[in-house]
Design a protein around this ligand. Structure first.
Ligand code: CA
Ligand code: NI
Length: 561
């Protein structure tokens, strides 16, 4: 038998619509891979000709999940173009919201979008609850909601889904697959926290609403500052925020981190084999700097897993190109000049991608011509390499408790571990930001907006808003002419990670990470899902589109070629 192609389209439990094609050899080892974003909407085109002050409200519609971060990056890009500096309180409020989102995003991603690739619900049904209580205690002294009675009730709840034949959102799992590694009791402990995480992520939405209004589309930012003035000055509102974040911190400490340690232990072999390892090129722009504190994230670029050498991050080295993407104007250019002119070429006759031609709506961003992986793993590795006083203590503790080394984080399981550690760091940092805010208010600094007169601002200029956001580095680039948006480009974290090949043939980060994966069962390509999910894909962000046609729940095709 020769090489075969496996098509997974769409990959579910992600944001948006992604198609993956892999080629496997006789031993079911992946020898080649193509990642394809499948829809186009063109928010960047819609932004042309608009009043720059309105850009944020339109740009946040890029995604239904990452609204806040696009809103912020867009407003910041315009502020950068105009040279407007915002008051410290406005910066703090923006940070409180963004970091809450980090925590919320990571919890939802791990438990609700990804954990079922590793946790077998059907196995949890056979768990011995008193044994499960003790197993959870191996990973924390006081595990989250860990009484035998409570675990019995979780089991009963899961059982009622199965008995009624209504697995609902659990219906499409590869239950019983050979590569599930947790014991029934460990599966039950995870499912317990899966259900608890539904409540916690809801609590974080409540916290975010205090400063940003209702999720998903916030209204609290304006060019020059924030509008959540009354909330900032109301001690009860500040208190409510802290109460909700304390609840979350408790969950991270007693559920998320211990569950991740359990996962690392159970999937140790996968980590040691380097499953899901990419090129080892990591990029961070750093940020969340405070007058009184270290900055939260370090910036830097390292390549080929070389942890001894780190280059400083220079945004002018970012280019985008479209030689393998469905757009005209293929050549690499700076995002300020990059154009978005759709040019769709069809699929092959057998329905597979034209792997020698254009095959994705995602463009190919590069840094100094190189492909980069962005996200929590990049931030945690760069933080350790740069000896960050904030990040390193958390990473050291996690590595000591699990026996992981730095390169182990550059794997499928490692990406998840880095994300869990990062959630804890961000959550703890929220308390520092809040005390800075309270300190300011105490000394009568109540500024939330920098006054400017629009008519006196330069009518032509350009600016960028570049931030670390939950999935990695996000850049919004705006060029203003005649006081209107002349060109607008977004390079989202998933654009980096889900990028297709470029003109030089470099594979994107997803593609590179899939090569070498061995499938236990090519009819049920769970290992491919694990690799892709570990990046926390947000395709809506990457191609700036939504799924307007409605989506199929799951379909994969296997074809010989
Ligand atoms: Ca773009
Ligand atoms: Ni998104």
């Amino acid at each position: 038998m020769s090489n075969r192609k496996i098509v997974i389209d769409p990959i579910t439990r992600i944001e948006g619509h992604l198609r993956i094609e892999v080629e496997v050899n006789e031993e079911n080892i992946v020898t080649d891979a193509w990642a394809s974003g499948q829809l186009f909407r063109g928010i960047e085109i819609i932004l042309k000709g608009r009043d720059p002050r309105d850009a944020g409200l339109i740009a946040q519609r890029i995604c239904g999940v990452c609204t806040n971060v696009h809103y912020r990056a867009s407003i910041s890009a315009v502020e950068d173009a105009y040279g407007i500096t915002i008051p410290q309180n406005a910066e703090i409020i923006r940070n409180l919201v963004t970091l809450s989102l980090f925590v919320q995003d990571h919890i939802i991603h791990y438990y609700h979008l990804h954990s079922l690739d590793f946790v077998d619900i059907t196995s949890a049904l056979t768990a011995d609850c008193s044994k499960a209580v003790k197993i959870a205690q191996q990973y924390h002294e006081h595990p989250y909601r860990n009484s035998e009675g409570h675990l019995e009730s979780v089991k009963e709840k899961l059982n009622s889904f199965v008995k009624a034949g209504r697995l609902g959102l659990f219906a499409n799992g590869y239950w019983g697959h050979d590569s599930y590694r947790l014991s029934p009791e460990e599966n039950l402990v995870h499912m317990n926290h899966y259900l608890e995480a539904l409540r916690i992520q809801h609590d974080i939405s409540k916290a975010i609403a205090i400063f940003a209004g209702k999720t998903p589309h916030p209204q609290n930012l304006v060019v020059g500052g924030v509008t959540s003035v009354a909330d900032m000055l109301n001690p009860q509102r500040l208190n409510d925020f802290m109460f909700l974040i304390k609840e979350t911190r408790d969950f991270l400490e007693r559920a998320y981190i211990p569950d991740m340690k359990m996962m690392v232990k159970a999937y140790e072999e996968s980590i040691k084999m380097g499953e899901g390892r990419g090129s080892g090129n990591f990029m961070c722009c750093g940020g969340y700097q405070f007058a009184s504190k270290e900055q939260l994230f370090e910036s830097g670029v390292l390549t080929g897993h070389n942890f001894d050498e780190i280059e400083s991050f220079d945004p002018s080295k970012i280019t985008e190109e479209a030689s393998r993407s469905w757009y005209e104007h293929d050549l690499p250019s700076s995002p300020y000049d990059q154009e978005t002119v759709p040019f769709y070429t069809d699929l092959n006759e057998d329905g597979t991608l034209k792997s020698e031609g254009k095959y994705s709506w995602v463009k190919a961003p590069r840094y100094g011509g190189k492909v980069m992986e962005v996200g929590p793993v990049a931030r945690m590795i760069v933080g350790v390499v740069k000896n960050s006083k904030v990040i390193k203590p958390y990473m050291d503790r996690f590595m000591k408790d699990t026996g992981m080394t730095l390169i182990d984080f550059s794997t499928t399981i490692g990406r998840n571990a880095a994300r869990a550690v990062e959630a804890q760091i961000c959550c703890d940092y929220l308390f520092d930001f809040m005390s800075d805010l309270i300190e300011n208010i105490k000394y009568y600094d109540e500024e939330t907006w920098t006054k400017y007169v629009f008519e006196t601002l330069p009518s032509a200029s350009k600016g960028a808003g570049i931030f670390e956001v939950p999935r990695g580095v996000l850049g919004h680039f705006v060029r203003i002419e005649d006081a209107k948006v002349a060109n607008y480009q977004v390079v989202a974290p998933t654009t980096w990670n889900a990028s297709p090949r470029d003109a030089t043939g470099q594979l994107g980060a997803y593609e590179e990470s899939l090569i070498g994966i061995k499938l236990a069962d090519s009819e049920r390509p769970l290992e491919v899902l694990r690799v892709i999910h570990s990046f926390d894909p947000c395709l809506a962000c990457a191609v700036h589109v939504i799924d307007a046609k409605g989506r199929e729940l799951s379909r994969y095709k296997i074809s010989a070629s």
